[in-house]
Design a binder for this molecule. Structure first.
Ligand code: TXA
Ligand code: MG
Length: 356
């Protein structure tokens, strides 16, 4: 597992970042799941800058991040008891709730839908930023701090890599490149401890659809059922669109394929005999003679290391990233969901590499 020896943002860096947000600027900040690219959720021009910096279609809704103890009814309406129960059980933490939005939430945040995603993160730097911003009464709209479709960042360096910023860019100077001009402040917070995005539960249509699990994550469907007494269902056709649910997402530039251990060893030998350069992400297979990243064989440890592994293996100049399929099962749902999306579009890649 990689640990970043980062100096965590101090009080003055956090105060400066809160001021930038209040002026309508963008700030990247750590959360326990992944780093977010934040803007004042009540300032439509600021939210528009997020879309511009990410290169993201502007009908995609973003999550509003609030400080611990924030007034939920300022942001959302028709709050069912289940929402309060989940807030009490899991906030601050990696759970996003979709609820009916309050009328003052800009369309730019909700993607024009009548709902909004809201979450209170547990990372101390995120909490400090949200508490400083508008005296703790504001909301920070923030998607993951990556270019649209790319792997989400789990360190401040990943964010700088995504947006072409120098390590010393800390808000004091303007970034150089086009997106750097929009984003110049990245708050340090070390490596995100969860490593994959928050669990999203839609409670906005409880009466007709029950709770719906829009995105699996560290907090499992069973943990949610234990609190509200109902297991969230998978999204149906009518569920509002979540960009993390697009088939192709979380994708490195190198094609990614997943294979079970037995098949993987044989395919790897064939590929190497052909001179194909393969980078391997494994959790059980022992070290093999090529670029390799070994992740822990438990779901939390695996999730923690997954995005950094994809980024590292993407840097090896390989023709293919081969992932040893992780175990199935409820605890592995989040990891398998992200991997399934990162392999999207790579079907047939092994055959074509072998035939070249
Ligand atoms: O862990 C996380 O949730 C991270 C950190 C930064 O908090 N954020 C994150 O944001 O993953 P993003 O934008 O990359 O993914 C948020 C997902 C998207 O798939 C978006 O479509 C969905 O949440 N979403 C937001 N508001 C929604 C709404 N009103 N209805 C349905 N989906 C919504
Ligand atoms: Mg994202």
């Amino acid at each position: 597992m990689k640990q970043q020896a980062a100096t965590v943002a101090d009080h003055s860096a956090i105060a400066a970042a809160a001021a930038i947000l209040e002026e309508g600027g963008l700030v990247a900040f750590p959360t326990e799941t992944v780093y977010g690219l934040g803007a004042d959720a009540e300032n439509p021009a600021a939210v528009a800058r997020i879309y511009q910096a990410k290169g993201r279609p502007n009908d995609h809704p973003v999550i509003v991040h609030v400080a611990p103890g924030a007034a939920l009814d300022y942001w959302v309406t028709d709050i069912p008891p289940e929402a309060r129960q989940l807030v009490d059980a899991f906030w601050p933490g990696p759970l996003t709730l979709i609820l009916k939005r309050a009328s003052h939430i800009p369309d730019a945040v909700s993607g024009g839908q009548d709902t909004v995603g809201i979450r209170c993160p547990s990372h101390p730097v995120a909490i400090a930023l949200l508490s400083a911003f508008k005296g703790g009464k504001g909301g920070v709209a923030a998607p993951s701090a990556n270019k649209f479709g790319n792997v989400s960042p789990t360190t401040a360096q990943h964010v700088r890599d995504e947006f072409g910023l120098d390590a010393h860019d800390d808000g004091a100077t303007d970034g150089e490149a086009c997106s750097g001009a929009l984003l110049s402040t990245v708050l340090e917070g070390g490596a995100s401890q969860v490593g994959i995005e928050s669990t999203i539960v839609d409670l906005s249509r409880l009466a007709t659809h029950g709770p719906v699990l829009l995105r699996p994550g560290h907090i499992s469907a069973q943990q949610i059922a234990d609190v509200i007494g109902a297991l969230p269902a998978a999204p149906d056709q009518a569920a509002p669109r979540a960009s993390g649910t697009l088939e192709s997402h979380y994708a490195p530039h190198t094609p990614v394929t997943m294979l079970a251990q037995a098949e993987l060893t044989a395919v790897l030998a064939q590929l190497q005999a052909r001179g194909v350069k393969v980078a391997l992400i494994s959790h059980a297979l022992p070290a093999l003679p090529q670029s390799q990243c070994m992740l822990p064989a438990d779901p939390a440890g695996y999730a923690y290391g997954l995005y950094a592994a994809l980024r590292d293996m993407d840097q090896t100049g390989s023709d293919l990233i081969l992932v040893e399929s992780p175990p199935q099962g409820a605890q592995w749902l989040g990891v398998n969901d992200r991997l399934r999306r990162s392999v999207f579009g790579s079907a047939g890649i092994i055959a074509s590499l072998l035939n070249n």
